[in-house]
Design a protein around this ligand. Structure first.
Ligand code: FES
Length: 153
């Protein structure tokens, strides 16, 4: 039940293993990270069903959150305006997340992006999520990473 996905287990007791979510979601934490639930493929590796990814640009364990947003004083709303929310034909399944060098998270697959209070902000099949902390259109990348000199593998 680790909410961040940092701790994962393999059951040895014969009980059913964790199942993938029926709906892929990305919850935007107020002044914090992106909490994603899906069958995750991160940087071409299967990575379980839960992950908490840095969006402040300060984590020393990118693309994952390590709590650095607290020390950095990162401030960003968890309640961005509602955008394109047309229904998706498929709501679950594999979600491919590729951190771009010195740039955003390139995300491919069905994803419902939700505010901290659970409102659906956007539904998408492909998007680029800001991980540098500088976008004026969070949670989406607007190209500000280049101006900000964001550096990350
Ligand atoms: S990664 Fe932040 S604006 Fe592109």
């Amino acid at each position: 039940m680790c909410p961040s996905g940092a701790i994962q287990i393999d059951r040895k007791d014969g009980n059913p293993a964790e199942q993938p979510p029926e709906v892929n979601t990305c919850h935007i934490r107020e002044s914090g990270p992106l909490a994603i639930r899906a069958t995750l493929i991160i940087d071409s590796k299967l990575d379980g069903y839960r992950a908490t990814l840095c969006r402040c640009g300060q984590s020393k364990n990118k693309p994952y959150c390590d709590g650095s947003h607290h020390d950095a004083g990162f401030a960003a709303t968890g309640e961005p305006e509602t955008g394109k929310t047309d229904a998706l034909q498929t709501r679950g399944g594999a979600l491919d997340i590729r951190p771009q060098r010195n740039g955003p998270l390139a995300v491919t697959g069905p994803l419902e992006i939700c505010s901290g209070t659970g409102r659906v902000v956007a539904r998408t099949q492909a998007t680029r999520l800001c991980r540098c902390g500088h976008s004026e259109n969070k949670p989406f990348c607007d190209g500000s990473h280049a101006r900000a000199g964001f550096v990350s593998e």
